[in-house]
Design a binder for this molecule. Structure first.
Ligand code: SF4
Length: 363
């Protein structure tokens, strides 16, 4: 399918020349721009999915220090890998990166594959990451399409597509693949993403500083592009969690590998049912999942945390286990650990605040 507004070759050439000249002068010095190691570029691209550059930098640097090669990541235990990802969100990215490293280490001679077909077979690698690795690490002619690129293309050509439907996404991809000049796709792709991140901003684009302002069709009405997507209301959920203390230790459990935030550790608890109080939900959940009756004590925290698709209010209580043997059925494994040792385990972002609280008590 050909986009209705497919630009002419002359117009694309002008964009390429101006954008590349601007990029070579203005690009930020980012740690993954100082390497040509395909594995390092793969790590940075996976981390950058849905996460800001400034947030990614310290995670990337620590990751490369701890897992400098595909082999070192492949051999690392999952808890260590997830711990390095703690706070970055979308934990399936970390698990998939770990699986990808194992696949490359065990079956691909330790090398990131150079063909689109092979890269797309790796766990968690979609069209965007494949295009980024092929162009940036191997300088192959491939486009990229992320939120920044969509916004820039949409404004440059006054596109009505916003990527909300498969057809609209397909049209944008065809355009994105057409944009990079042969032999310079790596730089061009980084340039267009950089323009979206620094100049063609979502709310107030800095058109007067933009190298494309003389040829941008949407400049005067940039706020209309890309057309807004229909917003889905964010779901709100209430959850109770128990900090069960016994002999100076607290109970934690590892979430099932399959499912949301799989493999992370957490304090036990669960969702409130209709008309249920947080304390009642806690007693019921612990009975169902651990097979014991707890005594709910003081409420120590109310944590509000936003995930991509829902907002959580977490009610946290100190609890006691007067008697009974724990028989946890809904987790990978469980442990009693000292508060000092909690830092070795990766927790979801909402639970991290409980750890901070417990450390404060300890001090
Ligand atoms: Fe974006 Fe303005 Fe540049 Fe057009 S001129 S690409 S709207 S920053």
């Amino acid at each position: 399918m050909i986009p209705r507004l497919m630009p002419s070759s002359a117009s694309i050439r002008k964009i390429q020349t101006r954008l590349l000249a601007w990029y070579h002068k203005e690009k930020r010095d980012l740690p993954w721009r100082r390497t040509s190691d395909p594995y390092h570029i793969l790590v940075s691209e996976v981390m950058l999915q849905q996460t800001q550059v400034a947030t990614v930098i310290p995670y990337y640097e620590k990751w490369i220090q701890s897992f400098p090669t595909v082999g070192s990541l492949a051999k690392a235990p999952e808890t260590k890998v997830l711990k390095h990802w703690e706070g970055l969100g979308y934990y399936s990215r970390a698990r998939n990166l770990h699986k990808t490293a194992k696949e490359i280490h065990q079956h691909l001679d330790g090398r990131v594959p150079e063909s689109r077909e092979e890269i797309l077979k790796l766990p968690g690698i979609g069209k965007y990451t494949a295009g980024a690795i092929l162009s940036i690490a191997f300088n192959q002619d491939a486009g990229v399409l992320d939120g920044n690129v969509k916004r820039v293309l949409s404004r440059l050509f006054r596109l009505k597509e916003n990527g909300a439907s498969p057809t609209s996404e397909k049209i944008l991809w065809e355009l994105a693949d057409k944009m990079p000049p042969s032999g310079q796709a790596g730089d061009f792709n980084q340039a267009i993403m950089e323009l979206g991140a620094l100049v063609c901003l979502p709310k107030n684009p800095l058109c007067e500083k933009c190298p494309l302002n003389k040829i941008c069709e949407g400049r005067e009405e940039a706020h209309l592009f890309p057309p807004p997507k229909v917003k889905v209301a964010t779901k709100k959920i209430e959850v109770s969690a128990a900090v069960i203390l016994k002999n100076g230790k607290t109970y934690i459990q590892q979430r099932l590998h399959k499912g949301l935030m799989g493999g992370l550790w957490e304090f036990p608890g669960g969702k409130l049912e209709k008309n249920e109080l947080p304390e009642q939900a806690l007693v019921r959940e612990i009975q169902e999942e651990l097979g014991v009756q707890i005594e709910v004590g003081e409420k120590i925290l109310t944590i509000k945390h936003s995930y991509t698709k829902f907002r959580v209010t977490l009610h946290v209580f100190l609890c006691r286990l007067p008697k009974g043997r724990i028989q946890a059925t809904s987790c990978e494994q469980w442990k009693w650990v000292t508060i000092q040792d909690l830092k070795a385990y990766p927790f979801p972002a909402a639970n991290v605040k409980i750890l901070e609280y417990l450390r404060t008590i300890l001090q």
